[in-house]
Write a protein that binds this ligand. Structure first.
Ligand SMILES: O=P(O)(O)OC[C@H]1O[C@H](OP(=O)(O)OP(=O)(O)O)[C@H](O)[C@@H]1O
Ligand SMILES: NC(=O)CC[C@H](N)C(=O)O
Ligand SMILES: [Mg+2]
Length: 508
């Protein structure tokens, strides 16, 4: 679940880099492994800084000073394909044709075919294992076909129309053509989010334009007229004009429901659905489920959230049940999100370092812990033990999302069924595995309702991690087996032990 942005300032004498950097700070929760910015300055020259690490580590003041120009593209990475090598940090660049830069959020499900095509038919050198490098080269190959000295908007639409046909899976992308402008597009199913906005130029006439994964970026940077890029739509912002076209209109668009459960910041609105309000409503529906299951045997004394993401749902759940809400776990604000950390050992250790149980809130009480989701069970298992260690009597656990039983192939790193604590298991098995007295899962229909109620025009979501139905329709058992073999924790460990690491040679 990476974060992407792109910015074009009206005044050519202004530098885009500081706001691109801010955009990455606001999107850090979507990717903690790598970060990058590429800007375009005088004479169409491109300036790049990218590499592995958090935003605060990758960009030193000296590196930022070198990123000149009034437009650029930025990215924070949470890998779902390829390797963790520095060279797979984004944005990616290809010099021909015209000098193109691209940042990608999502995951391509036909990467093997694309790689073969680019090698055997298009004769393009792909240097890394990243699927995003493939997406960029498909775009470049389609643009190349125009054979023109200089291209126009129509050529870009034609190239992306081809890309929509050729690339399967999930992709929201921001791109930049050297000296020309910035581009945003979203796959026809609209699985990953992308928003677009403008503001009156801070200096001089005209407007500044920006794309970002989440609306919180545009809010914070004072952009107005914020709207979603539509699924299958391409928006091109050049020095002279904004040109947009919806090239593919699917019968049904299906945004990823997990954005609302976990990924997005609560103060973002995605596809007309305010994330915070959807989470509050998930709490209401989950409370009903708890009441329905427990009936008169309800013996919960207190509701406690597992910080951070579950807070909204837990608060509303406690209201609905008329139970006290207490912050029993204190969170170290300097430790990032654990679920998107690479490697199980690192994730497990960090839960303990990040969250600390306060004995006064647990001692001799029956507690209901609420989290947004249970994926590998790392957090819930640790946290339940911590609650017991400080004296909780009974520990119930409620999840605002249904049980996750299927891998994700659209940009969330859940590649392996064997790592999912609920895969192939009943709810009671999950309770036993995480050490809870009982576990309550949201019903899928309720989760969907919690989101749909804010935008009924969306009829369905990508809910594949809950029901195994992949909205792009082409995800075979073979592909899933390949994904597991390549990207499970054990496969990644093996690769890093024997694998070759492609570094970045222009990074200092
Ligand atoms: O079952 P698991 O594999 O542990 O995954 C689920 C947990 O991971 C996430 O928290 P995370 O710490 O990543 O982020 P948060 O601080 O935003 O809640 C999520 O909110 C759950 O707490
Ligand atoms: N989470 C994402 O969006 C990942 C983007 C891309 N597939 C990568 O691994 O870099
Ligand atoms: Mg959490």
């Amino acid at each position: 679940m990476c974060g992407i942005s792109a910015l074009l300032l009206a005044d050519p004498s202004q530098a885009a880099v500081s706001e691109l950097l801010e955009s990455l700070g606001l999107l850090q929760h979507r990717g903690q492994d790598a970060a990058g910015i590429v800007t375009c300055g005088h004479k169409g020259r491109l300036f790049q800084c990218k590499g592995n690490g958090m935003v605060r580590d990758v960009f030193t003041p000296q590196r930022l000073m070198a990123l000149t120009g009034n437009m650029g593209v930025a990215h924070v990475r949470y890998p779902t394909a390829g390797t963790p090598a520095d060279s797979e940090a984004q944005p990616f660049y290809v010099n021909s044709p015209y000098g193109i830069v691209m940042g990608h959020n999502g995951n391509l499900t036909n990467d093997s075919e694309l790689r073969h095509f680019l090698d055997y038919d298009a004769h393009r050198h792909i240097n890394t294992d990243s699927d995003s490098e493939l997406l960029l080269n498909i775009f470049a190959n389609n643009l190349q076909k125009t054979g023109k000295f200089r291209i126009n908007e129509q050529d870009i639409f034609t190239a992306i129309q081809g890309l929509f046909r050729e690339c399967q899976g999930a992709y929201a992308a921001t791109a930049m053509l050297a000296g020309f402008g910035i581009i945003g597009f979203r796959d026809p199913h609209g699985i990953r989010p992308l928003v677009f906005g403008r503001r009156k130029a801070l200096k001089g006439a005209g407007y500044d334009y920006m794309f970002a994964s989440e609306s919180v970026v545009l809010d914070a940077l004072d952009f107005t007229d914020i709207e979603d890029v539509q699924p299958g739509e391409v928006i091109i912002v050049s020095k002279y004009a904004v040109t947009r076209r919806r090239l593919v209109v699917e019968e049904q668009i299906t945004p990823c429901v997990f954005e609302y459960v976990y990924f997005a910041r609560p103060d973002s609105t995605i596809d007309g659905i305010p994330v915070y309000n959807a989470r509050l409503d998930m709490g209401v529906k989950l409370a009903r489920k708890v009441r329905q299951v427990m009936g008169d045997a309800m013996d919960i004394d207190v509701v406690i959230p597992v910080p951070d993401t579950s807070r909204a749902a837990a608060l509303q759940l406690s209201h609905e049940l008329g139970l006290p809400y207490r912050e029993g776990f204190n969170k170290n604000r300097y430790i990032g999100r654990t679920f998107i950390m690479p490697g199980q050992e690192m994730r497990r250790k960090n839960v303990r370092r990040k969250l600390n149980a306060m004995p006064t809130e647990f001692k001799d009480l029956n507690v209901l812990l609420v989290d947004d989701s249970i994926v590998r069970g790392t957090t819930s298992q640790e946290i339940i033990q911590m609650a017991r260690d400080v004296g909780a009597r009974k520990v119930y656990f409620a999840s605002a999302a249904p049980a996750i039983r299927f891998p994700n192939v659209y940009g969330i790193d859940m590649p392996s069924t064997t790592e999912l604590v609920a895969a192939g298991h009943s709810d009671a098995d999950v309770a036993a595995a995480i050490g809870a007295d009982h576990v309550f899962f949201q019903d899928l229909a309720d989760l969907v309702d919690s989101c749909r109620k804010f935008n009924p025009r969306i009829k369905a979501f990508d809910t594949s991690v809950f029901d195994g139905k992949y909205v792009t329709g082409n995800v075979s058992q073979e592909y899933l087996a390949k994904l597991e073999a390549r990207r499970s924790d054990s496969a990644k460990q093996k690769q890093s032990a024997d694998g070759e690491v492609i570094g970045l040679h222009n990074y200092q």
